[in-house]
Design a protein around this ligand. Structure first.
Ligand SMILES: C[S@@+](CC[C@H](N)C(=O)[O-])C[C@H]1O[C@@H](n2cnc3c(N)ncnc32)[C@H](O)[C@@H]1O
Length: 361
């Protein structure tokens, strides 16, 4: 066979049809239907509630790409999964269905890659150019994603005894929590770190603040856990005023998702809530990139995947926070205790917070 021409190679490299076909099959659960015995395109279409003619084209394309086989029997074409197609099954041991479906949280993030030109042009995450606003706001405020958060919460419950990931054990083990009675975990996700903290330090009580879908699930996890009497989850945004009067405001793996001005606003909200007696504990992550592909992947999702400690210190200074303790800095994580500098939060930061809240409606 003749060597493909450069334009043919380029077209094949830039192809979107095959990835879209595989993701359509994952979204519609076609592999599950085939395995359950719906082996003709008409039967698959009936089970999936799809158009028979286009379903047939999709299944035949998946045969061409090696995910399915087809055989003729009783005048009908019958489809079966190949080993390559089997991870599309929901219950396959290495199932990729959730990762590949367009309507999952991760699928939503991946689709933003179509707007990579926006990231290259502006440095903003690619989802900023797509419909529906920011990634976190969408997956957290849209009821369509609530069930997926509940599923994630159940999966996290099942791994409760595993060590905290991404160097988060430094937060629990290396900071001196002995004189602290209350902590607010700002953007605390499903509560893994807060629960780890409360278990390791039984004198502590904690409040988690996060957007709606995730905060509701964190609250449900707390309620069914052994720290139920010391953990609370509230719905809120870190661009709005935070619950006041706690000893420590923890920001773990938050700032990487935000460009400098937004990061300063978040820090300023923590400073405002910490008042004159509280501290802010900044436990930021630095995502290790392994070459241009991971660099692009990260930058398409977050504006600052690997700020240096010096970069973080500059942001803290802008937010009126002084560094009063430095914890260990690993390749993954740094730990800084910040003390509010006396004086009001600057008008600029407060106005910016108000603008940001307004932006998000
Ligand atoms: C990368 S996760 C970090 C989670 C957790 N702190 C940790 O260290 O594992 C970012 C978290 O910020 C939350 N988040 C995003 N935007 C937010 C906002 N405006 N207000 C509060 N939380 C927000 C997300 O829902 C998510 O739980």
């Amino acid at each position: 066979m003749a060597e493909p021409q450069p334009y043919e190679k380029l077209l094949s490299l830039a192809d979107l049809l095959t990835p879209a076909a595989i993701r359509a099959a994952a979204t519609l659960g076609l592999a599950d239907h085939i395995r359950a015995g719906a082996t003709t395109s008409a039967a698959v279409a009936e089970k999936a509630g799809t158009q028979p003619d286009v379903t047939d084209s999709l299944l035949r394309h998946l045969v061409d790409t090696g995910l399915l086989t087809s055989s003729a029997e009783d005048g009908d074409r019958h489809f079966a999964l190949t080993p390559l197609g089997e991870p599309l099954l929901s219950d396959h041991p290495t199932s990729l269905r959730q990762v590949l479906r367009n309507d999952s949280m991760i699928g939503r993030g991946t689709q933003a890659l179509l707007h990579l030109d926006h990231t290259v042009r502006t440095g903003e995450p690619a989802h900023a150019a797509g419909p529906g606003g920011g990634y976190w706001e969408t997956v957290n405020n849209d009821p369509a994603f609530a069930a997926e958060w509940a599923e994630q919460a159940r999966a996290v419950d099942a791994t409760q005894d595993q060590p905290l990931g991404w160097g988060a054990q430094h937060i629990v083990a290396d900071y001196d929590w002995s004189g602290v009675t209350s902590v607010v975990d700002v953007g605390g996700h499903l509560g893994a770190i807060l629960m780890g903290l409360l278990r390791a330090h039984p004198h502590l009580r904690g409040t988690l603040v996060d957007l709606r879908n995730v905060s509701e699930q964190a609250g449900a996890r707390f309620a069914r856990s052994d720290v139920a009497d010391r953990a609370t989850a509230v719905v809120g945004s870190f661009f709005d005023p935070l619950p006041k009067g706690s000893d420590v405001y923890l920001l773990s793996a938050i700032l990487a998702d935000w460009a400098d001005d937004d990061a300063v606003r978040i820090l300023a909200r923590c400073r405002e809530a910490a008042g004159t007696n509280g501290k802010v504990l900044l436990a930021d992550v630095a995502m290790p990139a392994h070459g241009p592909a991971t660099e692009l992947q990260y930058r398409s999702m977050m504006p600052a995947p690997s700020r240096s400690v010096a970069d973080l210190e500059r942001l803290c200074d802008r937010a009126g926070l002084d560094i009063t303790w430095r914890g260990p800095t690993t390749g993954l994580r740094s730990l800084l205790e910040l003390t509010p500098r006396p004086g009001p939060v600057t008008a600029g930061d407060a106005d910016a917070c108000r603008e940001r809240s307004g932006d998000r409606g």
